[in-house]
Structure formats: structure tokens, C-alpha cells
Design a protein around this ligand. Structure first.
Ligand code: G1P
Length: 297
């Protein structure tokens, strides 16, 4: 069975961005001029996933509105003849079929994924986490889907990170498969202390999962931070003999931006703005000026 559904957990409280996230979901924070979540939706759509399920919490209203039509605004822009902005407004509502389910209680990422069980059914599916933005010039999901289709099981996106950062991520122990860039995952641990981490390969927020994960998630006790961890369920899928076809990892070496905390979010905004045709030049000159570099304003 092919992969055509994507699950996008978006129920987090966004406490790192308070007070901005008091009444606005953190997924709606703009990266330059586009909500972070729209980059993720566009990535899923570009990978051929046209059925998206958001797992939301109490904050879903702005998300739903963003991916819905706004007829009043469309009319105003059409009357003004502002076609460029009209296209921008129409685009987010035309991207994909988007469905919503509420998580109810914030019991962790594993629990959020479990909420998608009914919608996904007995087929493999993708999970995309909104804090990780993957540069569209370095797509990784199509490669992960290809590995799932050839080797079965579940597929993770793994990225080498500086050793001292591994405790911010799920961490994978792996062995070679003979195929460049594809490894077999033999063990996983959620946010291990640096000293005991089995590698410096971090799990990045893109997953292609076998539906066997649901049975395991339903039976996964709370782990790190008292939350039901997706990593813990995947760790059980790695064990030989557990139904689900094992776990592979695809090594990602492309450009990724983290919008999960304030510093990396600001870096992502600046990096992406520098690359924009309309903003890059003047922003670069201004930044160089602020830093006292020659050529700055
Ligand atoms: C989640 C996962 C973690 C993964 C990370 C990727 O953690 O639990 O395994 O490495 O996403 O961004 P979070 O960053 O949501 O705490």
C-alpha cells in the first residue's frame, strides 16, 4: 500500500514562545511572512501526501481558519486587483484535504500520533513535526517513502548533530545496510544524557510509520517527562520478531531549520529572509551595518 496520508501533531502549548502563544498556536508564528506550519504542509503536498490530519488541542481555531477560504478577504483583494496577494491567500486553502482531530489531553507525541489511528487505518503514513522545517531544495520525504516501499517497516529521518546536542533529540543506534544513506535502526532512546547516548545520530521530525505502531502506542507507558513518547514505541518496533517490519533510517545531510525555541526560530527567520529576493539584499546590508562590517548600512 502506498503512502498518501500525513499526520501533523499541532497540539503543543508553545510555552517557549509565551506570551506570543497565549492565544495563537505556535505553528502559526510567521517564518518571514508565512506561518511555520504552511512550510510543513507544502513539504507534505510536494511529497505526494494529499490527505493531512492535524492533531490539535484547544488552540485549533487559527489553524483551521488559515487553511480555509476567507471569502471576504478574497473579495477585497480581487476588487483592488491585487492578484499576487489574492493568490497567496487562496493558496493555503487549496493545498490539500485537511482533517482535524483533537488530542483532548496533552499526553505526549506518542499519544498525539495514536489519536490519528482511526483516520489513518491499516496503511503506512507519514508524520511531520512542525518544529522542523526542511528546505524544499533538499526534500527527504520522497526518499523515506521509497525506502518504506522497498524495504517495508518504518523509516526515520536521521541527522548527525554535534555530540553535545544529542540530548535534545531522540537518538538512534544503527548498523549499515549496504545501501548508501540507509541504515538499520537497532535501538532508540529519547533525549539521552550525552555520556550514555549510543551515537550522535538525531531523529529529525519526519517519520514514515507502519500501522503496527498504533498497537504498540496503545500499550506504551509514559516515558521521559511523563509523556507517551513516540520514540519509545519505535524502540519496540526495532526489536527482531516484533510485528511491523523493523525500522530503517535515512541519513539527512540537507538544510534544516529548527523553529522550536526562540534563538533557533530567529535564526530560521533571518536565514530564510536572507534568501528572499525581495528582502535579502536590504536585510544583509542592515545586518552588516549592525555588526559593524564593511559594506553595511
Ligand atoms: C520530538 C521527538 C524527538 C525528536 C524531535 C525532533 O521532540 O520526541 O525524538 O528528536 O522531536 O525535532 P521535541 O522536540 O518535540 O521535544
Amino acid at each position: 500500500m502506498g503512502v498518501d496520508k500525513a499526520v501533523i501533531p499541532a497540539a503543543g502549548m508553545g510555552t517557549r514562545f509565551l506570551p506570543a502563544t497565549k492565544a495563537t498556536p505556535k505553528e502559526m508564528l510567521p517564518v518571514v511572512d508565512t506561518p511555520a506550519i504552511q512550510y510543513v504542509v507544502e513539504e507534505a503536498v510536494a511529497a505526494g501526501l494529499d490527505d493531512l490530519l492535524f492533531v490539535t488541542g484547544r488552540n485549533k481555531r487559527a489553524l483551521e481558519d488559515h487553511f480555509d477560504r476567507n471569502l471576504e478577504l478574497e473579495e477585497v483583494l480581487a476588487e483592488k486587483g491585487d492578484d499576487a496577494r489574492l493568490r497567496l491567500v487562496e493558496r493555503s486553502s487549496d493545498l490539500a484535504r485537511i482533517h482535524y482531530v483533537r488530542q483532548g489531553q496533552p499526553l505526549g507525541l506518542g499519544h498525539a500520533v495514536l489519536m490519528s489511528r482511526h483516520h489513518v487505518g491499516p496503511q503506512p503514513f507519514a508524520v511531520l513535526l512542525g518544529d522542523d522545517l526542511i528546505d524544499p531544495r533538499d526534500p527527504i520525504l520522497p526518499r523515506m517513502i521509497d525506502v518504506r516501499e522497498r524495504l517495508g517497516g518504518s523509516v526515520l529521518c536521521l541527522m548527525e548533530v554535534p555530540r553535545e546536542q544529542i540530548s535534545l533529540y531522540g537518538c538512534a543506534a544503527v548498523e549499515a545496510t549496504g545501501e548508501p544513506g540507509v541504515v538499520r535502526v537497532t535501538d532508540l532512546v529519547e533525549k539521552p544524557p550525552v555520556e550514555s547516548a549510543p551515537s550522535s545520530l538525531a531523529v529529525i521530525g519526519r517519520y514514515v510509520l507502519d500501522p503496527a505502531i498504533f498497537e504498540i502506542l496503545a500499550d506504551t507507558p509514559p516515558g521521559r517527562g511523563g509523556e507517551i513518547q513516540l520514540t519509545d514505541a519505535l524502540q519496540r518496533l526495532c526489536h527482531p520478531g516484533v510485528p511491523g517490519g523493523g525500522v530503517h533510517g535515512v541519513l539527512f545531510t540537507g538544510r534544516r531549520y529548527d523553529t522550536g525555541d526562540r534563538l533557533s526560530y530567529l535564526q530560521a527567520v533571518i536565514q530564510l529572509a536572507l534568501e528572499r529576493e525581495d528582502l535579502g539584499g536590504p536585510l544583509r546590508a542592515w545586518l552588516m551595518g549592525r555588526l559593524g562590517l564593511p559594506g553595511g548600512e
